[in-house]
Design a protein around this ligand. Sequence first.
Ligand SMILES: O=C(O)C(=O)C[C@]1(C(=O)O)C=C[C@@H](O)C=C1
Length: 255
Amino acid sequence: LSLDTVREFLTREEDTIVFSLIERARYPLNRPAYDPIHLGDGGRRLNASFAELFIRESEAVQSKAGRYQSLQEIPFFAYRVPFTLAPPYNFTRELYPAAAFVNVNDAIWSMYFNELLPLLAKNGDDGNYAVTVDSDLACLQVLSRRINYGRYVAEVKFRGDQQTYTSLIQAKDRDALMKLLTSEAQEDVVKRRVEKKATVFGQSITSDGPIETGVNNSSVTDFKVNPSVVYKLYDQWVIPLTKQVEVEYLLHRLD
Ligand SMILES: O=C(O)C(=O)C[C@]1(C(=O)O)C=C[C@@H](O)C=C1
C-alpha cells in the first residue's frame, strides 16, 4: 500500500460510480419502491420498504457467496450467515484489526435515498421496481466501497507519518487529524476529474461527429447524468464522508 496505489483505487472507483449513476438515472423515481406503506398490510406487517427488502435479501445471497470476506466490502445490513459458498481465499489484511470495523454505511444510506436520488431520477412511476432498486444497490455498493476505503487511505497516511499521527490520536484531536489528512489540491483534482468523466461517459455516442469533453460545449440535458450533480456528490458527500472514515479509523488506530 502506498498513497499512489490507494489513490489509483479511488480513481478507478470513479468510473464505476459514474456508470452506476447513469444506470439509475435511466429509471424514474418509482416512489412506491421506497415507502413501506406500499408493502404488506399497509406497511405494518413488514415494516420495511421494497427497496430495503430487496437490498437485504440481495446482500444475504452475496454474503453467503463470500462478498464480505474481503474487508473492502461492507454490507448495509448485518447477517448471521454461517458459511460461505465460495472457494476459500486468504485475503491480505492491510488494515489495523481494531480499526477495520469503521464505516459510515448508515450515513451513505440516508444520503443516497434522501439527497442524491431526488437529484438523479426524474419524477414518475413505470413499475420497474426490481431493476430500479437493483440499480440503487449497485450505486450503494460502490459508494460504500469508495467511501469506506478511507480506512486504507488513513492506514497509508498513518504509516507515512507515525509520530505526528500518534500524538494527535493520543490527544483525540479530531480537528488536527482532519487538517493533517486533508489535501485541498487533491480534492480539487478529484472533483474536476469526476465531473469530466460524467461528461465523457454520459454522452450519446454516434458513429460520426466529435466527442465533446468540455462541460461548456453541450447543454446539461445532453448528458445521461448531470455532471454538476456528480461534482456535487463528491463535493458535499463522497469526500467529506471519506474524510470522516479516515478520522474515525485513525482514532482507533492505537486501540
Ligand atoms: O487522496 C487522499 O489523500 C485522500 O485522503 C482521499 C480524499 C478523497 O476523498 O478523494 C480525501 C481527503 C483528501 O483531502 C483528498 C482526497
